[in-house]
Every structure is written in structure tokens, then in C-alpha cells.
Design a protein around this ligand. Sequence first.
Ligand code: BES
Ligand code: MN
Ligand code: ZN
Length: 495
Amino acid sequence: MKLSFKEIALDGLKDIEGAVVVPVAGDGSLSGASEAADTLLNGAIRRAIDTSRFHAKHGDTLEYPVPAGTQASRIVIVGMGLEKLTPTTARKLGGRIGSALGRLDESGATVFADALGSPAMIAELSAGIKMRRYAFNKYKTQTEGPTDRGPGNVVVAASDVSGAEKAFINTNALAEGTAFTRDLVSEPANVLYPSSFAERLLDLGELGVEVEVLNEDKLEELGMGSLLAVGLGSERESHVVVMKWLGADDKSAAPFCAVGKGVTFDTGGISIKPAGGMEEMTMDMGGAGVVSGLMKTVAMRKAKANVIGVVGLVENMPDGKATRPGDIVTAMSGKTIEIINTDAEGRLVLADVLYYAQREFKPRATINLATLTGAIIIALGNSRAGFFSNNDALSDQITAAAKEEDEGIWRMPLGKDYDDLIKSSLADIKNTGGRAAGSATAAQFLQRFVDDSPWAHIDIAGVTLSKEAKALYPKGASGWGVATLNRLVRDQFEN
Ligand code: BES
Ligand code: MN
Ligand code: ZN
């Protein structure tokens, strides 16, 4: 889907082909495009409001098919609600429009947006349309199914076209970055494996991101015995990919570092998972997906910040060469790990990638994202990610950013009580702590490999895939976290 901005005089409304979208103020007053549409429709909008058939609440829609006296295939009225729009509610309004439009034919849709007020709000609305209309149809040879959005493009009619286009650079960066994450998460594991994932990340070079792919020889040289242990059973080579966006005035200023778990498929390894639902484990690279989407977003909007993304890409398979339960490996930090359960592999990957990122880049703050534990879904369900942090200020910033972006999150505890559960009798640490507090013991494991600088671990196992469509995404890969991290970069790390 393409989205563009255009100035369209209101008396030209009747000549527009395809779907026409007209926002209506929450108080039911009609002006500008809504007044023009009402005139064309012989006062039908006015009547719908006066007879309480349409309340103009935020996201309420009313559709007039093939309106007489116009070229339009339909006019869609959308309520703006009474509360003053914020960037996030404007984006969600766009999401509502995006879903209300459904399948579009070649004539596309035109959305009259001046009622939104400012170019910034129009840009948010536009990004919302784009985000909600995201679809992963790559492997559908038959189109016109319920998820097919059709060939139609969207024109956003605005009087200040250049203002809207300028503001859209930022919001479109988020829409594109989020779509990148969703594409990566949606890909099956026979297509997206460590090397092919790394190759897709090399494409970010076009946006000015410096991308470096470390191969297994290099990882061995670095001593990443923990990460490498996870990939031993796989035919696919493991990789770590470093993505640098140095946008701050001072390119040597300490960066913000985002680290991602990128298990392109998690069978559990020798501690193999049950067959039911195992196909979902193509999403076990969701953390790396969010980091990749964040890098795309900050690069596309040329963020004035130094942001470094590091992802650990491995495939967890059972095999004659695979790691066994009971094996002891040495991580890059020098610590030894007793692997009790080969299905607790994400923490083994992150142990080395986190250590490497902090040693190499001395970040101001490090946040890792990972589909780390089923236990976080037991604790928080699918509406909130859980996060753990060694720093209250960073925690408050994460909570605030997620709140602004309306992405659910909840802080969870770290503590010696949980750390005690991962003591090993043979090595420095073991990789599971039993059923109790499964997400906290996983977080505690990660903390053994980070220093005292501000760090947070976000467990996104419950929010990476959605069973249902929401305001800004269809069913499937949500892209959860790109918006929050992008906001965090903007509010805390830009100069
Ligand atoms: N990738 C899984 C966690 C997961 C579960 C992600 C459900 C998304 C949805 C992770 O590698 C895993 O297998 N964790 C185990 C840990 C256990 C063996 C200590 C789990 O949660 O059961
Ligand atoms: Mn696992
Ligand atoms: Zn996993």
C-alpha cells in the first residue's frame, strides 16, 4: 500500500473515485470536509447525528455506499471523539480508518484529514492507517481472502501538504520499522534462519546503518561458548549482528544499546518441546525483530542519537551434535554454565550478546528484548510485556514511554531470592531454576552477565504475536516494542 498527501479542494469531493473518508468532530458539528460531505449526501450525516444513529465517538464509523451525485464507491464517516487528540489517539484513529476501509480496489481511498488540526496529527493518523493495513501476504498465491487489503492506495487530503509530508517522515519511520519487525517475525524458519536474517539486516546499510555480521569463527574467537552451544544441533551457522546508527553530534558519545534474542526456530533442542503449537516458535526471534525494527526507525528518521543494536541469531535443534542436558559451557565473560534444560536457550544466547555489547560499546543504557519465558504469559497474559531492571530511573523511563505509546508493560522484581534458585552445584550458574518464578530466574540469569550500568530485560513472549487484530495491527506479529523503544530514544537519548 502506498500513502501520499495531496491538496484537494472541497468542491472536488464529489469527483473523487473510490472510498472517501471524512472525520467528524466529536461534538457533532460539521465543517470543512464533513460539511461538504453532508451537503453532497443531502444532510444525511446531520440527520444521523441528530437522530443518535451516529455519535461521532472516537473511532465510530458510518458508511454510505455508492452515494448518489458522487463518483465515490462509498463515503466513510469517522468520529473523532470529544477528547483532544494526542499523537497516540490520532494514530489509533488512523488505525480505525485503516480497518474500516477493508479491501480496496484500484481506485483506493481518499482521507480528508484537515479536521485533525495540525500536520503532526495528520502524520500520526496517516501512520496509523498504514500500520493497521499491514498484511503479510507473501505466501498467499490466492488473493482476495479476508486478509487481502487489495491493490488500492491511500491519498491523505490536507491543505498543508508539505507540512504533513515533513511530519510524516517521523511517523512513517515508525510504521516502516514496525512493518520490518512484523515481516521478520512472520517469516517461517525455512526462509528466515541466522544467515538469511543477517542478510536482511545488511540492507539497513542503505539507510546509513553500519552493519557488521560476525560468523561462527569470530564468535569462537570471542569465546561465546554459551551462544554457540545453542546452535550446535543446527545445520545453520550462528551469527551475531551489530547495527550502528551514530546520529548524535558526538559520534563517540556513549550509545543506547538494544540487544535481541534471535532464535530463528526453537524446538527446545534435546529437551524437545511437545509437537502441539511448536510451529509458533518461528517467532522466537521476536526480540531481534524488535531491535531490527528500531534500527530501521531511528535511521529512517535520522535520530540525533547513537543507537547500537546487537542481535544473537541461532537455531535451536536436536541432533547428534546438539548440546545435552548436563553439559557445562563457558560464556564469553568466563563464567561457567550448567545447561539443565536445552529449551532455556534464549538466556544462553543473551548471556554472550549482552556481555559483548556492554564490553564493546560501554552503553549509557542497555535494553534487551526476548521471547524468553512461557512463565511471563502465565504472569501477565498477552496484554503486557514484563520487564526487569537494575535501575529505577531507566525503569520509570521505560514505563513512561510505553504508556505514551499505549503498549502494555509491567515491571517485575529482581532479587537475591531469585538468584539463589539458579545456583549450580557443578558450575557457576545453571540455566533453569525450576517452575517457580520462571521469568524472574531467567532475568536473574541475564543479570549475571551485565555490569552495573543501567540495564533492562523486557520479556515479550506474550506480546509478540496477537491472536486478534488490535487498533494498530492485524492478527499475527504485533511489532510490540518498536514504538516504545523509539519513544525512549527520542525522549532520553537524543541531543
Ligand atoms: N522461546 C521459549 C519461550 C516462549 C514460550 C516464547 C511461549 C513464546 C511463547 C523459551 O526458549 C523457552 O522455551 N522457555 C522455557 C524455559 C524453561 C525450559 C525453563 C519455558 O518458558 O518453558
Ligand atoms: Mn526454548
Ligand atoms: Zn526460546
